[in-house]
Design a protein around this ligand. Structure first.
Ligand code: TA6
Length: 278
């Protein structure tokens, strides 16, 4: 586990077992790369991503907190994506490597959100798997509410060839269709146009299938799963993403997006997403 600079920002290179590796940026506490022992990069990271903190880094696994999307008065997806986190633990053994980053409140966060908190993000990498755990601690004297997400950008060769299994039978809110709530009735989800869905109370793991490559996706603590692909027009409107790259990514996010979490004074909340290359 070594410190290095990635596009001019402080980052960590985490070498896991069997040649697996990850890159974690201290800006945003954001995983930017995950490579499995077969040499494949599993996360999407835009070539046009911005690394100066003026906006979130486009790709990898951004952490959204204390708000998912734009429902309240806070900046979109909260404010920890563009702030610097500290490294508080690093450990490795024969079959794993682990780093923990943390961030807390300060005068700047109080100006946006009047609560005391500590976030800890722990990345554990094993040969074919990464596990991300987000801990939210309420370090103040009053309860607070939050929404949050691990906004994971998965790399795919061609999104039109991808199928997502495991969401059948769940209700989702369709942000591309006036937030209509719809029950998913297909056995697999195909991406055939702009997709921006919040699946609620997700109980099963998902499986992303693309040709002979599969990725298992599991979450705990997070009640919702968000599936996002901007498709052609919305992608063209994103200054930090090449026009054709909607094809090469699919966000499958572990989220507390619609199901708001309440956290009492002194309490802690845990949410986790696990990705397994199969
Ligand atoms: O999680 C899906 C979403 O909320 C979309 O609506 C889309 O706007 C996306 O996140 C990206 O947000 P960003 O602030 O990173 O451009």
């Amino acid at each position: 586990i070594e410190d290095f600079e990635f596009h001019g920002i402080p980052a960590l290179r985490v070498n896991g077992p069997q040649g697996s590796s990850a890159v974690v940026s201290r800006l945003g506490g954001q995983v930017l790369s995950w490579t499995t022992p077969d040499g494949r990069e599993r996360l999407y990271l835009s070539e046009r991503a911005v690394y100066d903190g003026s906006s979130a880094i486009r790709g990898g696994i951004p952490v959204c907190f204390p708000q998912f999307a734009e429902r309240g008065d806070l900046p979109k997806h909260g404010f920890v994506r563009t702030r610097e986190w500290e490294v508080s633990a690093r450990r490795s053994g024969d079959d794993y490597a682990l780093v923990t980053l943390e961030i807390g409140d300060d005068a700047e966060t109080h100006a946006l959100w009047p609560h005391r908190f500590r976030l800890e993000l722990t990345l554990m990498i094993e040969a074919d798997r990464i596990d991300l755990e987000l801990c939210v601690a309420n370090t103040g004297e009053l309860p607070f509410e939050f929404t949050a997400a691990l906004h994971t950008y998965l790399r795919v060769v061609q999104v039109e060839d991808v199928a997502v299994e495991g969401l059948y039978g769940h209700d989702y809110r369709d942000a591309t269709d006036g937030n209509k709530v719809v029950r998913d009735s297909g056995t697999e989800l195909l991406i055939e146009g702009e997709t921006d869905r919040v699946y609620r109370h997700v109980r099963r793991p998902q499986m992303l299938r693309a040709g002979n490559l599969s990725l298992g996706i599991q979450q705990q603590g997070f009640p919702d799963t968000v599936v996002w692909n901007p498709w052609v027009e919305k992608c063209a409107a994103l200054a930090d993403m090449p026009d054709d790259d909607w094809r090469h990514m699919l966000c499958i996010e572990a989220a507390a997006a619609d199901v708001v979490q309440e956290l009492g004074a002194g309490d802690e909340w845990y949410g986790r997403q696990t990705l397994v290359a199969l």
